[in-house]
Design a protein around this ligand. Structure first.
Ligand SMILES: Cc1cc2nc3c(=O)[nH]c(=O)nc-3n(C[C@H](O)[C@H](O)[C@H](O)COP(=O)(O)O)c2cc1C
Length: 280
């Protein structure tokens, strides 16, 4: 299934499909299961420095736990995307340095969770965002991704400009496509006037090819992945489907995407990334 291979933030991945941070990606056993059943990148649950017992959605065993697993899986050729939360710039930097040293291919700053939004307030101003991202960027060697909240309070252009200026390679954005969207995926045509169809699509349109977009939210089947790619996503993350179905969901979506690409005569995911056009 080389058709699904992509280069994300200068990192070669065997598949554009990956798990979303959180579901089935916190415990060593869960992570090893994902690594065994899927050939794509593995995204770790968000971690802070010392670990958290609360809030429930961010329970994690801390940076050392994830650094140890990254140190084991990286030499086996697994691309690791480690996700970070924290309540201060210093905490983000300390966790980022640890996971970078452990071999993570990409670090994903989780700036989408209320835990971060309510403490560090990275979007209080664009200067604040620049300071945080710029400081982390200066401390690490690997590719940097930022997971954006659905409503950061700024136009897509302003956010994309900050990320590009701070040498962020990847924006992880919401795949919040309208439910009533009519798309002919065979022809890559959407009904209605030219417009941004999702947060991911908006950031893609403003990124001038300088940011790779990862779409997250509602990816449950190959068709969802295909549509996310058409709207600019280089890769997609799968959350709820993993909870419902188990680790096998990744392989299923991978195969369904591959079959759709073959059916529509596409040799690679790259041929469809951002290729959607509009039909009035
Ligand atoms: C149980 C659970 C735990 C999650 N934990 C995290 C997390 O640690 N870090 C993060 O960035 N997102 C986390 N998320 C959000 C997912 O990464 C993803 O953005 C969200 O589930 C939307 O994708 P979906 O529609 O495929 O579920 C979590 C989601 C769920 C359901």
């Amino acid at each position: 299934m080389e058709r699904n291979a992509v280069r994300l933030g200068e990192v070669d991945l065997a598949s554009s499909i990956m798990n979303a941070s959180g579901p089935r990606s916190a415990e060593r056993g869960e992570i090893y299961e994902l690594a065994a059943v899927h050939r794509g990148a593995i995204v770790f649950k968000s971690c802070n420095l010392a670990g958290l017992d609360a809030p429930d959605n961010l329970k994690n065993a801390g940076a050392e736990h994830f650094a140890a697993i990254a140190g084991e899986l990286t030499p086996r050729g697994k691309a690791i995307i480690a996700s970070i939360v924290g309540t201060s710039e210093e905490e983000f930097i300390a966790v980022a340095r640890r996971l970078d040293r452990a071999g993570a291919a990409i670090l994903e700053l989780n700036l989408a969770d209320p835990y971060v939004l309510n403490s560090l307030a990275p979007f209080a101003s664009l200067d604040r965002l620049k300071a945080l991202v710029g400081r982390v960027r200066g401390e690490i060697g690997c590719a940097l991704a930022v997971k954006l909240p659905p409503a950061a309070g700024y136009p897509a252009r302003a956010l994309a400009d900050v990320l590009k200026a701070m040498r962020v390679a990847i924006a992880v954005c919401q795949n919040d496509l309208p439910k009533d969207l009519e798309v002919d995926i065979a022809r890559g045509l959407a009904k209605g006037p030219e417009r941004a169809l999702s947060h991911a699509h908006a950031i893609f349109r403003e990124s001038e090819g300088l940011l790779d977009v990862v779409a997250v939210g509602g990816i449950n089947a190959g068709r969802d992945a295909y549509l996310a790619h058409l709207t600019g996503a280089k890769a997609v993350q799968v959350g709820s489907a993993l909870i419902k179905e188990g680790a096998g969901a990744l392989g299923r979506i991978d195969r369904e995407l591959d079959a759709l690409l073959a059916e529509h005569g596409k040799r690679s995911v790259d041929e469809i990334v951002g290729a959607l056009r509009f039909e009035q």
